[in-house]
Design a protein around this ligand. Structure first.
Ligand SMILES: [Zn+2]
Ligand SMILES: [Zn+2]
Length: 263
């Protein structure tokens, strides 16, 4: 499996992806908003884009579909519940479905509601797994729930699915928000040395050559994976005494998500 992360350079800071089979040169495009860059990159590498996956229905993820289909005839794949909102969808996937690319690549579909209710993440069947996490999981953060999502569902997705992935899983999110969200981490947990260190090393990173974290690393820098951390809890309880002294993981997650909305 070859992964090409494509930085769009747009105001929303989207990342697009091409995933290719090294044997056949067939490629799958994830959320190819910047269709020119995706088509040019595929042409440069000698790849043929045969499939598109939209992680969810938002325009900054589906906006390149039409042009990529026109240029390549690729099939559009998305969550089975997204059919009404993504034009010309060819395949609706459910949890556990596998998308094949060429002869060598298998991507398993995870049904990951929260950011929207029709969101999929893709998990590669590779020795070191890779997760293409759309707007569910960002480096150091979690997606918002403003446009068709629900914080409770996002919590369940984190708790029941993301928390259980292999520690070595590489994280490939739908946007580059690393620097901004690291500052949120430090707002919540000023003594988080991993976050301080990462911010000093990647604070001015070139998104064309972005840091790719592992789940293990996210556990250190992503507040939404630190629901049992005493410092995170103490600061929350200080600000919101109504949480009580021993808030549940759910309550911590939901309060963090709410804080992030206004941060
Ligand atoms: Zn979105
Ligand atoms: Zn997005």
């Amino acid at each position: 499996m070859i992964v090409e992360q494509i930085w769009t350079g747009n105001a929303y800071r989207n990342f697009n992806y091409l995933i290719a089979c090294p044997e056949t040169g067939e490629a799958l495009a994830i959320d190819p908003l910047d269709y020119r860059k995706c088509l040019d990159t595929a042409a440069d590498r000698g790849w043929t884009i045969t499939q598109i996956v939209n992680t969810h229905e938002h325009g900054d993820h589906t906006g390149g579909n039409k042009a990529v289909v026109k240029a390549t005839g690729a099939k559009i794949i998305a969550h089975h519940g997204a059919g009404g909102r993504i034009p010309n969808m060819d395949r609706g996937v459910h949890a556990g479905d596998v998308i094949r690319v060429g002869k060598t690549v298998e991507l398993e579909c995870l049904d990951t509601p929260g950011h929207t209710m029709s969101h999929v993440c893709l998990l590669s069947h590779t020795e070191q797994p890779a997760l293409f996490s759309g707007d569910t999981l960002f480096n150091a953060g979690a997606g918002n729930c403003h446009n068709g999502g629900h914080p409770e569902e996002l919590y369940e997705t984190f708790e029941n699915q993301l928390e259980k992935l292999d520690e070595n899983t590489l994280i490939y999110p739908g946007h580059d928000y690393l620097v901004n969200i690291l500052k949120f981490t430090l707002d919540r947990e000023p003594d988080n040395e991993s976050a301080v260190d990462l911010l000093s090393r990647y604070g001015s990173q070139d998104p064309n050559d972005a840091l790719v974290t592992t789940l293990d690393q996210e556990r250190e820098i992503n507040t939404f994976f630190r629901l049992d951390n005493p410092a995170v809890i103490a600061r929350l309880v200080e600000q919101f005494p109504e949480l009580g002294d021993n808030p549940s993981r759910r309550d911590v997650f939901l309060k963090l998500r709410e804080l992030r909305n206004n941060w």
